[in-house]
Design a protein around this ligand. Structure first.
Ligand SMILES: Cc1cc2nc3c(=O)[nH]c(=O)nc-3n(C[C@H](O)[C@H](O)[C@H](O)COP(=O)(O)OP(=O)(O)OC[C@H]3O[C@@H](n4cnc5c(N)ncnc54)[C@H](O)[C@@H]3O)c2cc1C
Length: 489
């Protein structure tokens, strides 16, 4: 690479958590190594954070238009929070009501105790549950006796629907596992890759011949897993944007360009260097361009694919072939006395077979403190996803109406909400379909041919916030490891 000075020029496209984490890691590296960098983070909109978007209202409500927490057992998230000095700002979900529910024939039922996304190590909790018919319960209880698939290697992949039906039966899929796992990825279980999302269940079948046996073994091996999933999650007192604000402070306003869209990317043409050694030319808003030695695309797979068209059409096509789903997040605020339900859970999921409009609901003000003023509740619902894309066509009033109707019947709500909001996230959720990991390998092999170009974001190595942070930091660690040493250094 023809770096004109000892100050590498780096452009990061996209100011969501992926782009900001990449920029932050570069600032840390520069400080720790005493190496100045010329950093530009370019964000197309007037707001940093991408899908992370907290709204703090004057009337005491705090709304999360996107993610409302993140998992702590993937260390990249928590480590970044520590380095940002934000640990005192972290909050845990409320102690009370740490459970989730599922809709069964239009009513909310508790998910069996200890149920871990796909199964419970305890047969009794499933047998006691009103969610399944007796036929369905017996089929689930048979799982340890279902023959393991032969010839599975560590790369074997299968759709969620196929795996669950094979091991636990169709009722388990339709009534609980589709909404629980499909809900996380707003995905179609018929296409969702288990290897790319929850490989541990495939590994349990391979190692122990059964998922339930695997859960029991792993539980005894770790001295007991309570299955209390929510204790694994944290948020911030002031909402998820706390992290975004802190990242932007460390990166510094001088390195961030807002309201600036990257519209093109190619190698500089007027240079004597061989093509793959030439700097990148990043086109901004179709009129201006900046030169860079390194470019990190953190603007989502769809936008990245558009930008890659001028660089490598094959690579652009593979990146662009990652399917995406859209969803809307709808908030509704009520006075507590309007809601007849006890709200003794953090929320619920809705099986597709129930034929409702919402995919899931959160009792936001039950889940985390400080989300609604006293005597009020804040509810939020998800709409759309891979299975109900048509609902995204409704206007805000119509979306709010269908959500309100569903919530009113599930939670016995009387009267209208104090206020409502609708936030739409188009193509925000990549769909990890069967074969996704091969696609990632192809993309990574192809990127290796383009010195100084990297891809971060949620389309390759995980959709959760800690996954995005880990991926962005990995990209920067590779970049800095390959920077030429300082002359005389
Ligand atoms: C509704 C919803 C709820 C979620 N809930 C959770 C949760 O609770 N916990 C969790 O861990 N994860 C959750 N996720 C997933 C997680 O939030 C995302 O995967 C992650 O935040 C994606 O971050 P990103 O920076 O890769 O992309 P984005 O947030 O999409 O950011 C991309 C940025 O690039 C910018 N951009 C695009 N094109 C250009 C261009 N040409 N030039 C300049 N800028 C451009 C965009 O404006 C945007 O700011 C949720 C996702 C959604 C959609």
């Amino acid at each position: 690479m023809t770096s004109t000075s000892d100050k590498p020029r780096i452009v990061i496209v996209g100011g969501g958590v992926s782009g900001l984490s990449a920029a932050h890691r570069l600032v840390e590296w520069s400080r720790d190594n005493g190496r100045p960098i010329d950093l530009s983070l370019v964000e197309g909109s007037d707001r940093l954070g991408g899908v992370i978007h907290t709204i703090r209202r004057d009337d005491g409500f705090l709304l999360e238009a996107g993610p409302d927490n993140f998992i702590t057992n993937k260390p990249a998230g928590i480590r970044l929070v520590e380095r940002l000095g934000l640990t005192d700002e972290l909050i845990e979900p409320n102690e009370q009501h740490r459970r989730a529910m599922v809709v069964r024939k239009g009513r909310l039922c508790a998910i069996p105790d200890g149920f871990q996304l796909m199964a419970s190590p305890s047969v009794w909790s499933v047998l006691r549950s009103p969610i399944f018919s007796w036929g369905g319960k017996l089929r689930m209880a048979m799982e340890p006796f279902v023959k393991a698939k032969r010839d599975m290697d560590a790369a074997y992949d299968e759709s969620l629907a196929s795996f669950v039906t094979r091991r636990f039966g169709k009722e388990a899929l339709d009534r609980l596992i589709q909404p629980m796992i499909g809900g996380i990825y707003t995905a179609d279980p018929q296409t969702l890759s288990l290897r790319a999302t929850l490989p541990r269940f495939l590994d349990m079948e391979r190692e122990y011949g059964s998922v339930v046996r695997g859960l029991r073994k792993r539980r005894s091996g770790t001295g007991g897993d309570t299955g209390a999933r929510y204790s694994l999650f944290v948020s911030f007192r002031g909402g998820m944007s706390t992290m975004i604000d802190a990242l932007s402070r460390v990166i510094g306003q001088e390195s961030i360009r807002m309201n600036t869209r990257v519209t093109g990317l190619q190698r500089a043409s007027e240079s004597d260097a061989p093509c793959d050694q030439r700097p990148w030319r990043v086109e901004i808003d179709g009129r201006e361009s900046i030169e860079a030695d390194h470019v990190v695309l953190a603007c989502g797979a769809r936008r990245s694919a558009d930008l890659l068209q001028q660089v490598d059409t094959e690579l652009a096509d593979v990146v662009g072939s990652v399917a995406h789903a859209s969803s809307a997040v709808v908030h509704l605020a009520f006075r507590r006395k309007q809601v007849g339900h006890r709200l003794d859970a953090f929320g619920f999921v809705v099986p597709h077979v129930e034929g409702m409009n919402i995919l899931a609901g959160s009792f936001s003000s039950v889940k985390y403190a400080g989300r609604a003023p006293d005597e009020h509740v804040l509810l939020r619902a998800f709409v759309g996803g891979a299975l109900q894309p048509d609902l995204m066509q409704l206007d805000d009033a119509a979306i709010t109406r269908v959500v309100q109707t569903d919530l009113a019947s599930l939670l016995s709500i009387q009267g209208g909400p104090k206020f409502t909001t609708v936030h739409r996230w188009f193509d925000a959720m990549p769909q990890y379909e069967v074969g996704h990991l091969q696609r990632v390998e192809t993309i990574e092999a192809s990127l290796a041919n383009h010195t100084g170009l990297a891809l971060a974001g949620n389309a390759l190595g995980g959709v959760g916030i800690p996954d995005c942070i880990a991926q962005a930091e990995r990209v920067v660690d590779d970049l800095t490891a390959n920077l030429p040493a300082l002359a005389g250094g």
